[in-house]
Write a protein that binds this ligand. Structure first.
Ligand SMILES: [Zn+2]
Ligand SMILES: [Zn+2]
Ligand SMILES: [Zn+2]
Ligand SMILES: [Zn+2]
Ligand SMILES: [Zn+2]
Length: 630
């Protein structure tokens, strides 16, 4: 086997080739095993805010693997195992169930029967279930499931071939047959919902890196045959945080205390005071939290003296947007930080500029240019068959499988990236006046009704807040068009840009200020990673021009009138006037699942005024005026 780890870039060890993900590499197919395969030597990645939110002790990153032979023997970083294990020879069509002990370094599996030793190909179909399991289809049983006569029913040898029958089409033309007893079955209907169950092929209750004999769960779910590359094979669940200067009030000491209190052994340690096990618990906690043992002891003493002095997981820990919004809204520039360097800027619009520019200026209340930001992105787990709908075991949707399939993960795989970005905030007074318009509220309420009925509701509400506000959909749509326009103007690949939407609704009377902004940034995957392109686009007069251009182009979609008139075609589609042709982005860009997008709230139509309608109208009049000139 090739050392897959050298072919997978570090950022890819989180998405798309993180735990449970399938890697296709020159005709070979592998799956990333869970984090128990990561050596403890994996590099630590710091992100205390994200650790508090996800209630883990920390993060580790796959090390950069240097080239050369010595590197191969260091077993660090994720392990990839061959999957599916059922392979076939494209020449003689003989099938083989691959065993790990047959892996040879830098050798692809080859057919042992054919003289030319052609490379074996992985079977295209595999099975997954709602509990997140994934397994090979038991092709032996499939081939013998239509057995006729004594010989076929008693067949024990079961040497299989994967043949094609030229007189049929599609899946009917693909057939798994037994070379010994001639029993066989084609693949017609294999993707139907109950067909594996009916054939007597249950879910084995395992992940490909687990042993079927020792580690299998009992799984009652109906397994489903899917193609290896299908989009419902893997839904990674990631979280990210941008480094911001420590918010006032939370010292480094508090950070460490929080880390200790969040440790999964803390409750045991805290109640084991004086008992013999106390010391060993203290040692484990100190070691894993990277603090001295005395520190852990001190935390317990302070805790006993009065829990009031302990920092608790406040709202702002669960919702990282609160502190990030506060950091971007600071009136001063921050230039001396390695991980968060931002400058206050402006659109640079003069009193004698065009009316559209004046309207834009009145709509945008802040511009911040980020010369350097650090983002940590962590993988919590994944689901298969369907995206997870949240923590609720009973609800529809795929179940979340942790990156540690044996027990709750104490740390998560993560990757840090450095980049640059542009932050803009819209004028709160204009925004809240617009949000109070009846037509805007009714419009948004209809989108919210669809959201409530959706299985994605819980996950999306984590981003949107308890109530879906017009500003959330409007700013999210702005972020998408901003990314599209920036990639067009600055030459960045859209997939390398990311959005953060700050538009949370908070409970009435909440201490947190209203949010109304977007941050677009690059996450290039290494410590250098900044090209300066975004910073340049954020400077006057480029930014104002970019914003005008994006508002102009947002009025348009090649799928109109279909796109403009969309009323949410299905439960899975929570968008209105937004489609692949005009608004949707590669999934790496979007933190809200390409959902809750609508050009109408941005620019308006006959019935609903968009937030930027005055800018758009002024620009239209100006261009009409320009045409009228003699
Ligand atoms: Zn062969
Ligand atoms: Zn047979
Ligand atoms: Zn299962
Ligand atoms: Zn469209
Ligand atoms: Zn998005």
């Amino acid at each position: 086997m090739k050392d897959i780890r050298r072919k997978v870039r570090r950022s890819q060890t989180i998405v798309p080739f993180g735990v449970g993900g399938i890697v296709d590499l020159r005709g070979e197919s592998f799956v990333a095993a869970d984090i128990r395969s990561w050596a403890a030597a994996a590099e630590r990645v710091e992100s205390p805010r994200l650790a508090r939110k996800l209630r883990v002790t920390g993060f580790r990153s796959a090390p950069v693997i240097p080239s050369g032979k010595a590197a191969y023997t260091t077993r660090v970083g994720p392990l990839y195992v061959r999957f599916p294990k059922w392979l076939f020879c494209p020449h003689c069509r003989e099938m083989q169930l691959w065993r790990p002990d047959r892996e040879l370094r830098d050798k692809q599996p080859a057919c042992r029967r054919c003289a030319a030793k052609p490379q074996l190909a992985p079977m295209r179909f595999i099975q997954v279930c709602r509990a997140g399991h994934m397994a090979d289809i038991d092709w032996r049983r499939w081939a013998h499931s239509r057995s006729e006569g004594h010989a076929q029913r008693q067949c024990q040898i079961r040497r299989l071939r994967f043949v094609t029958t030229p007189e049929s089409f599609g899946l009917e033309a693909l057939r798994v047959v037994c070379a010994v007893c001639r029993a066989g079955r084609n693949l017609a209907g294999i993707s139907q919902k109950n067909i594996l169950k009916q054939t007597g092929l249950p879910c084995p209750g395992t992940h490909p890196w687990q042993s079927e004999t020792d580690e299998a769960d009992t799984c009652e779910e109906t397994p489903q045959a899917v193609q290896r590359g299908a989009s419902n094979v893997y839904f990674p669940i990631t979280h990210s945080a941008i480094d911001i200067p420590a918010p006032a009030g939370l010292s480094e000491d508090d950070e460490l205390t929080q880390r200790v209190v969040n440790h999964f052994l803390w409750p045991n340690f805290n109640s084991a005071n004086g008992s013999p096990i106390s010391d060993s618990l203290k040692e484990v906690i100190a070691d894993q939290c990277d603090v001295p043992k005395e520190f852990v002891e001190n935390v317990r003493r302070r805790h006993a003296d009065g829990a009031a002095s302990m920092p608790s997981a406040a709202d702002s820990d669960n919702d990282l947007s609160i502190a990030e919004w506060a950091a971007f809204s600071l009136p001063e520039s921050v230039m001396d930080s390695e991980t968060f360097s931002v400058r206050r800027s402006h659109l640079g619009i003069d009193p004698d500029d065009l009316g559209s520019m004046q309207e834009l200026d009145a709509s945008i209340s802040a511009v911040v240019i980020a010369d350097r930001v650090r983002e940590v992105r962590a993988l919590e787990g994944f689901s298969r068959y369907e995206p997870s709908s949240g923590d609720d075991e009973e609800s529809e949707g795929g179940r979340v499988v942790s990156v540690n399939t044996q027990s709750r993960a104490q740390w998560l795989p993560a990757v840090e990236t450095y980049g640059e970005g542009i932050f803009i905030a819209v004028d709160e007074e204009r925004l809240s006046t617009w949000e109070r318009l009846q037509s805007v509220r009714n419009w948004t309420r209809r989108i919210e009704r669809d959201l409530n009925a959706s299985y994605k509701a819980d996950r999306l509400r984590e981003k949107s807040g308890p109530h879906l506000l017009p500003r959330f959909v409007m700013l999210h749509t702005l972020a998408h068009h901003f990314i599209r326009q920036l990639s067009y103007d600055s030459g960045y690949n859209a997939a390398s840009l990311r959005e953060r939407v700050y538009a949370q609704s908070h409970a009435p009377g909440s201490e947190f200020p209203p949010q109304a902004g977007v941050f677009i940034y690059t996450a290039a995957g290494d410590a250098e990673g900044t090209l300066g392109g975004l910073v340049r686009q954020g400077q006057p007069p480029n930014l104002a021009e970019t914003l005008i251009r994006l508002l102009e182009s947002a009025q348009w979609c090649s799928q109109d009138p279909l796109c403009a008139d969309s009323t949410g075609r299905s439960l899975a589609n929570l968008n209105r006037a937004a489609c692949h042709a005009c608004t949707l982005l590669p999934e790496t860009c979007c933190e809200i699942d390409n959902s809750l997008l609508d050009r109408t709230l941005l620019i308006g139509d006959g019935d609903v005024p968009g937030f930027f309608r005055r800018v758009v109208q002024a620009a239209l009049q100006e261009s009409a005026g320009a045409v009228d000139l003699p």
